[in-house]
Unconditional design. Structure first.
Length: 280
């Protein structure tokens, strides 16, 4: 059994025992787990990361690590990685982006990579993207994968003039309600009261319900040109979410569907990267 699955089994037992004492505590504990990247992946600095300008940022009492390449480029771009990921997994994009004239900024999100913290949620990541845009932008383009793709879409949709912005979304986590439902199913949490306490955390943190944190919800405010790339075999962020939005025929979004690349190979595939380069 993988360490991540073993830890999940321990938490399932913990939540089941907590429910005997307090369903509220059980629901709150489940939500914290939902926001925790189990098995945080660290990394050593590669030559490319060492060549970058090393950035540091204190965000909500957490020390975040970031990088910037090609400072002073003609355009600016931000990379946002996904859940249980980090910047190093996207460093292969840097030479391509420099060739396109971009100044590139990328940070390990809270609780990821070399940054501090133990948890992250959609509110935090969206606000982090907004904060990075204010401090290191404005960005002409964004690249987001999975959870990072959702954070980018939410943040950019809040920008008053976003029509000139370009976004590349690799398998974005378009529907957080679906992700939460899958998580609750995996954790065998079926009690309605525990589930309600789980969802109450979203309202407490943001004043909104979970359906607000979806790409579908922010489409009317998202005027940016988007390249959405999703694999038909993705088991982490189901392609059905992309199909649902494609059926709405948003004119600003171009969809590319691949096969056999799954959730992570999609942002490394040479054919896909060629299309990304052409888009940017």
């Amino acid at each position: 059994m993988k360490l991540q699955n073993f830890i999940k089994e321990l938490y399932k037992t913990r939540i089941r025992l907590l429910a005997l004492v307090s369903k509220k505590r059980a629901g709150n504990n489940a939500f914290r787990l939902f926001c925790t990247p189990l098995g945080k992946a660290g990394y050593a600095l590669s030559p490319l990361l060492q060549s970058a300008e090393q950035l540091s940022l204190f965000y909500r009492q957490q020390h975040l690590k970031g990088y910037r390449w090609n400072k002073g480029g003609t355009r600016k771009l931000l990379i946002a990685h996904g859940f249980r990921s980090h910047v190093q997994r996207f460093e292969h994009l840097v030479p391509l982006l420099i060739e396109k004239g971009y100044e590139i900024t990328a940070f390990d999100a809270p609780a990821h990579g070399r940054s501090g913290g133990k948890q992250i949620n959609a509110v935090d990541y969206m606000q982090l993207v907004t904060g990075l845009t204010e401090q290191y932008g404005p960005f002409d383009s964004y690249i987001g994968h999975s959870f990072g793709g959702l954070a980018v879409a939410l943040a950019v949709s809040e920008q008053p003039r976003n029509a000139s912005v370009k976004m590349v979304l690799f398998a974005p986590a378009a529907d957080t309600t679906g992700l939460a439902a899958t998580f609750l199913q995996q954790m065998a949490i079926t009690d309605p009261e525990i589930r309600q306490h789980f969802f109450n955390n979203v309202s407490r943190l943001s004043g909104k319900d979970l359906s607000w944190f979806t790409i579908k919800r922010c489409l009317p405010q998202l005027n940016s040109t988007v390249l959405w790339i999703h694999d038909k075999d993705d088991r982490i962020t189901p392609v059905a979410e992309a199909y649902e939005i494609q059926e709405l025929a948003p004119p600003q979004i171009r969809f590319i569907f691949t096969e056999g690349l799954g959730h992570s190979k999609i942002y490394r595939d040479p054919v896909v990267l060629e299309k990304v380069a052409g888009f940017l």
